[in-house]
Design a protein around this ligand. Structure first.
Ligand code: SF4
Ligand code: SF4
Length: 305
């Protein structure tokens, strides 16, 4: 028995959900869903000079995100884990706890790796419903969903994602990426020539989560705000510390650091790569760098070594 919703009823269903949630459609946005829980820039707390009191800024709201792909849903599951361990990120969870993730995807689903409820397009008029937990179950309204014994389903042409398959062996990837740096593989010089150090790959990545902190004082000098904003390890000042020392002076070191964090450090810390092969970094890179191709070359040479 399948739970089905007709395509034409989805809009109406979302209007009803809109009474309890702020519905945000992320499906055509360049920046990934992480921006709603880990904003590009946010004030975390303020300090009042007169009262000497610290105040956390409450940013929680009931938000329902519509997400367009299984990769992005999977990335949200991973990001939740990163923001939970080793230390819970209070500011992320303040927003994330009350939110609901709804996938609306045009892909065949074997097992959804993220989201609370996922709608899988099964033909031109209908979507099959995958309920993943109680948050997702609470979104079901009988009026819009019907039980069907055998719905008519379309078969999506199965395009193998070789990059995604490579991610399955995250141990091999970690070893190969670290080896490529230690053995001074030529690819890092080639990439240093190409990379503009613009940071776009980090901003569009649904999993990158590095940030910097800044304290700002109000114009009348009465309050101070601690503000955090997205940062990117490819940017020149990312590894610069007080006194001016920079741990990663060259673009070669900075660009490698991006891979090191995603494929080596992440593997050691979480047992998997911080990448879901969504392709957003490749699609938006002004220098045309293709992460899947870079990893393919590194792994090929590592196996041959
Ligand atoms: S988007 Fe491309 S050019 Fe910009 S930092 Fe990333 S790899 Fe380099
Ligand atoms: S393909 Fe690029 S943008 Fe997508 S998860 Fe991997 S590193 Fe991030």
């Amino acid at each position: 028995m399948e739970l089905i919703i007709e395509k034409k009823k989805i809009k109406e269903w979302l209007v009803v959900l809109g009474k309890d949630f702020k519905v945000v459609d992320t499906r055509k946005k360049v920046l990934p869903p992480k921006q709603y829980f880990f904003p590009v820039k946010e004030d975390l707390f303020s300090f009042d000079l007169k009262s000497k009191k610290l105040k956390t800024i409450d940013q929680s709201e009931n938000i329902l995100l519509l997400i367009s792909s299984l990769n992005k849903l999977e990335a949200m599951t991973q990001l939740d884990e990163i923001m939970e361990k080793p230390q819970k990120d209070f500011f992320y969870w303040q927003k994330r706890d009350k939110s609901v993730l709804v996938g609306i995807v045009d892909e065949s689903i074997k097992v959804p790796y993220g989201g609370d409820l996922v709608l899988e397009k099964i033909n031109q008029k209908e979507y099959r419903t995958w309920v993943l937990n109680s948050k997702g179950r609470n979104l079901l309204k009988d009026k819009f969903f019907k039980k069907v014994l055998k719905p008519r389903t379309i078969n999506y042409p199965s395009k193998p994602n070789i990059f995604k398959e490579k991610l399955l062996d995250s141990e091999l990837l970690a070893e190969a990426v670290e080896w490529s740096w230690q053995s001074n593989h030529k690819i890092w010089n080639e990439l240093a020539e190409k990379c503009l150090g613009c940071g776009i790959c980090t901003y569009v990545c649904p999993l990158c989560h590095c940030f910097s902190m800044e304290d700002q004082v109000s114009l009348d000098n009465s309050k101070c705000f601690r503000c955090r904003q997205w940062d990117a390890c490819t940017l020149p000042r990312f590894s610069q510390i007080a006194g001016g020392h920079n741990f990663h002076k060259t673009i070669k070191e900075r660009y490698y650091n991006w891979y090191y964090h995603k494929f080596v450090r992440a593997y050691r810390q979480y047992g998997k790569a911080q990448c879901v092969a969504c392709g957003a970094c490749k699609d938006n890179c002004p220098a045309g760098i293709k992460i899947g191709e870079v990893l393919k070359e590194i792994v090929k040479d590592y196996k041959k070594r």
